[in-house]
Design a protein around this ligand. Sequence first.
Ligand code: GLA
Length: 386
Amino acid sequence: MSAPDVAALFRQYFGAEPEVVALAPGRANLVGEHVDYCGGLVLPVAIGVRIGVAMRRLSPRSASTAVSGTGAEGAARFDPLALRPVGRWTDYLSGVAGVLAALGTTIPPVEVAVASDIPVGAGLSSSAALSVAAAMAFSALAGEPCDPRALATVALRAERSFVGIPCGIMDPLAVSLGRAGHAIAIDCHAGATELLPFDGAVLLVDTGAQRALVASAYRQRVTECAMALDAVRLVDPATRDLASASPAAVEAALMSPEVRRRARHVVGEMARVRQAIAQLRASGTLDGALLSASHDSLRDLYECSTPALDWLAREATRLPGVAGARLTGAGWGGCLVAIGDDDALRASAPRLAAGFASQFGRPPRWWLLHAADGATLESGHVAHRS
Ligand code: GLA
């Protein structure tokens, strides 16, 4: 079932109307990869695929249950106030409920239905979307709706402390604050955001690769960036974070060749994001070469690409009208994002997919999407409190 049908899934499964329905989009990052947890600048768009969370309060001491997808797997019992993750998707619900409870929000037992159009495991932030939509639903049920920035902070805290991934603020902020026709420039150090006109389409092609190793590889990169920062600070003690380090300090600092490659990526990527932001401010268009240079850096310096992503990035930019392409999200599988002329992207997608299928033996899923609005509460379902 898709996101807009989530109220129908809820009715079908629980035999009642949901009190709240929250919808949150996925995201594609245009440029600024692996810099959010280094205090850098990123430039994502929220995209027109969504996850829906429908919820209803139960009487005190009832067991909470959640159903997802088509409901075929049945409802899972879960504890919204669990102290530890149990290794199921409901951990995202418990994670945000726990953070909200710690902030003073009353979390009652609930019934929850979740339906999504965001492909899971494709690097399009289905987990941040679930967390933001769940936080929105829980806080609306309590009659204390959070503003979009607070929702993003709750989602980030839940993912870091409860689910245990040391990710940055990019995904929840993009999911909360996205705007149709716009990219969002986010300064991940200051938390400042700026909506910039971007009304072109993005082509997303999913390599469909197994992403089981992403969490451990991601943690390793976060640690390597922390090591690089320590080394840079011995050369230049005033360095705020790795994203603000000067290229000269990165070269002068004592670090292993591997750690230096990570640091070179971060400072080089920062220069590309700054250029991209300046271009969007000035003209609303983006030079695709910045995306392609970002891909090369992620492949050679950050070493988070895969042969399938490299193949897609190379072949995509050979097609007429495709301005640039790169892996988007954490990497190690997941999606390619390509920008360019809308008609050219539409015409290129089937050719790219056919070439990929003959090269890798499986047809990839792909989507042609535009920048979309961030998370919303469906007003028809909002609880009326007496
Ligand atoms: C994942 C994380 C983000 C970000 C990207 C890489 O999507 O959730 O915080 O670090 O990887 O840019």
